[in-house]
Write a new protein. Structure first.
Length: 299
């Protein structure tokens, strides 16, 4: 709105016969005092909030064609908030690292979600699984923002993403509010590199076994051939709105236009059955109907 006001202001001055040099000076002054130099304008704001009873260390990773955000890693104490601005066409992912510390050599490491740089900043490195991801593609097809919570790289912390503002018709919040660590099959558990060996995350079957049928790679690189497995169902039952395997698009992709986004770590747990359309989709999936998955209960 400030840009439009500036245009009419300058047009009125021009019509009054102001000299060109004076007009240029006025243009510069007006631009400096408008939102053209405000990074929050024509951008999307990500507001991070930590509802966990402990500190987390969020990290950001831009997509291949997007610039890095102003920080790629920061500390977020319990009950604290922090905001970042992203260009309106930005794409990338965010996640939280847990149980982080700096050793005697000044190297920064985390027991889950670590990006392997030895520093607070990830500097273009992704999180080492398992890590609960929030993913964005801003201003994509039809001008829509696409966002999701993904457990394709495993789970380490409950997380929610919710649009704030935006045009009517936004899909609303998506999350993984359950603590999947307590539900994790023994073979997928990620033990901490500590004496007690406590579980710090739940790995994906793809990460643990590396098989095409779990990773949706090779001959399974097709949505008609790669579907839910006995392992991905564990994630889907606990967090029905989150991605549980790479082709889990139908129930896990959300859209909005013109919104900012609130990313909450350890959101309030959602109690109840998964939404009907999620259950229905799972039971209609031809890869789900056969074998042991057909008998899974969602009550």
């Amino acid at each position: 709105m400030a840009i439009h006001a500036s245009f009419f202001f300058l047009l009125a001055i021009l019509l009054k016969g102001i000299k060109l040099t004076e007009l240029l000076i006025l243009i510069i002054i007006q631009l400096i005092t408008t939102d053209l130099f405000n990074p929050a304008v024509n951008s999307t704001t990500f507001n991070f909030t930590n509802h966990c009873p402990h500190t987390v260390w969020p990290a950001t990773l831009a997509g291949a064609s997007s610039p890095a955000l102003s920080t790629t890693g920061f500390q977020l104490a319990a009950s604290a908030s922090f905001s970042l601005h992203a260009p309106s066409n930005w794409s990338g992912r965010m996640w939280a690292r847990t149980n982080c510390s700096t050793n005697d050599f000044g190297e920064f490491h985390c027991l889950s979600g670590d990006c392997g740089t030895g520093k607070l900043q990830c500097h273009g490195a992704g999180g080492i699984p398992p890590a609960s991801l929030v993913e964005f593609t801003l201003n994509g097809a039809d001008g829509k923002d696409f966002y999701d919570v993904s457990l394709v790289d495993g789970f380490n912390l409950p997380v929610e993403v919710a649009p704030s503002g935006g045009r009517p018709g936004c899909d609303g919040a998506t999350s993984c509010a359950a603590d999947i660590k307590s539900l994790c099959p023994p073979e997928l558990r990620e033990p901490a590199a500590t004496a007690d060996g406590s579980v710090v995350g739940c790995n994906s079957a793809c990460w643990v076994f590396g098989l095409d049928e779990y990773c949706c790679t090779g001959k399974y690189n097709d949505p008609d051939k790669c579907g839910p497995t006995k392992y991905s169902i564990v994630f889907k039952k606990a967090c029905p709105l989150a991605y549980s395997y790479p082709y889990d698009d139908e129930t896990s992709t959300f859209t909005c236009i013109g919104a900012d986004y609130l990313i909450t770590f350890c959101p309030s747990k959602v109690i109840g059955r998964p939404p009907f359309y999620v259950i229905n989709h799972l039971k209609q999936n031809r890869l789900f109907r056969g074998g042991t998955l057909a008998n899974e209960s969602f009550t």
